[in-house]
Design a binder for this molecule. Sequence first.
Ligand code: ZN
Length: 139
Amino acid sequence: MTTDSGHACREPDLDLELVHAATRVAETACHGELHTVAAAARTRDGRIVTGVNAFHFTGGPCAELVVIGAAVAQGVRELTAMVAVADRGRGVIPPCGRCRQVLLDYYPELTVIINTGGWLRCVPVRELLPEAYVWADQV
Ligand SMILES: [Zn+2]
């Protein structure tokens, strides 16, 4: 099994449709300096929600955070998997530290697709942020 970017996939349950959705948005919607990364997430009922980052020097949101807001706007409260893809053919990229914390707090059972040395893998978000801070006021 390979993705469009030619990476072999170790995991048979890798959500390639999700990777393809994020790649398509990165290729078609990310232009210039303000929007450089797309993310796609799978909802509990099987739908896909996408978004792109909104760069700003004050700390604009990463694509993963935009997807969270878009999902909520569409009435989705639970996401099961997410992937981020950078524009200009850079492929799957891991979430930054801020996003790892947000994803863990919002969706502790989330699977994140990452690229490890050219291999796409599904990793529980808990493994991406070991010894994580626990958001005490989380509802
Ligand atoms: Zn981020």
